[in-house]
Design a protein around this ligand. Structure first.
Ligand code: AP5
Ligand code: MG
Length: 191
């Protein structure tokens, strides 16, 4: 069983790197952002609620997000492990995840933190916004808000897992495959 968190600010490359990681390790991919976007597209009740936060660059409330994540984990009983992408994003979510995994006799093995500076993040997101159709990638003030929310509410998650000795930092700037190789070497050294 391998459970890992791919961590980092908006635009750090969590989704991009997840694709390679799930293939190599056979993990189930849980991206809370992707799940919210699928709900927005399907115009579900959850989607309508999530959209009202996402479009402003704010976090969806913890209770809603944790409940959704829990049900997604339960939908994958045979998974070899999970890659959590974009979750946990608050200290409360991290605590809830630990409780959830403990009840299943599992744990987080490692948190990989992709380190990318702010100017590069803004550049990537604005560029993607030209074609992605993501409302939160278009307006520079919403992108700024996402980055501020990350700093204020999400960075404590990295600290939370540092205290458990599970955080590893990886430079997220440069060639995508080179970054992937660095990530896998860090993961493998923890297996
Ligand atoms: P979410 O979908 O998680 O978005 P995010 O974390 O803000 O950022 P991205 O997913 O856009 O970035 P990423 O790190 O995955 O980078 P990517 O690989 O796409 O969340 C969206 C919203 O949903 C949140 O704002 C919040 O409202 C809500 N939400 C989600 N989870 C939540 C939670 N747990 N609690 C509460 N609310 C939650 O790459 C970005 C771009 O850069 C791409 O164009 C890519 O091609 C490019 N790129 C990637 N790597 C490189 C590289 N090495 N060099 C150059 N370009 C690169
Ligand atoms: Mg993503």
């Amino acid at each position: 069983m391998l459970n890992l968190i791919l961590f980092g600010p908006p635009g750090a490359g969590k989704g991009t790197q997840s694709q390679n990681i799930i293939t190599k390790y056979g993990l189930a991919h849980l991206s809370t952002g992707d799940i919210f976007r699928a709900n927005i597209k399907g115009e579900t009740q959850l989607g309508v609620l999530a959209k009202s936060y996402i479009d402003k660059g704010q976090l969806v409330p913890d209770d809603v997000t944790i409940k959704m994540l829990q049900s997604e984990v339960e939908k994958n009983p045979g998974a070899k492990g999970f890659i959590f992408d974009g979750f946990p994003r608050t200290a409360a979510q991290a605590q809830a995840l630990d409780v959830l995994l403990e009840a299943r006799n599992q744990k987080i093995n490692v948190l990989v933190s992709l380190e990318v500076e702010e100017e590069e993040l803004k550049k990537r997101l604005l560029e993607r916004g030209k074609t992605s159709g993501r409302a939160d990638d278009v307006d520079p003030s919403v992108i700024q808000k996402r980055i501020e929310v990350y700093k204020a509410e999400t960075t404590p998650v990295k600290e939370y897992y540092s205290k458990q000795g599970k955080t590893v930092e990886v430079n997220g700037i440069g060639d995508v495959l080179e970054i992937f190789k660095t990530i896998t070497s860090k993961i493998d050294s923890r297996l």
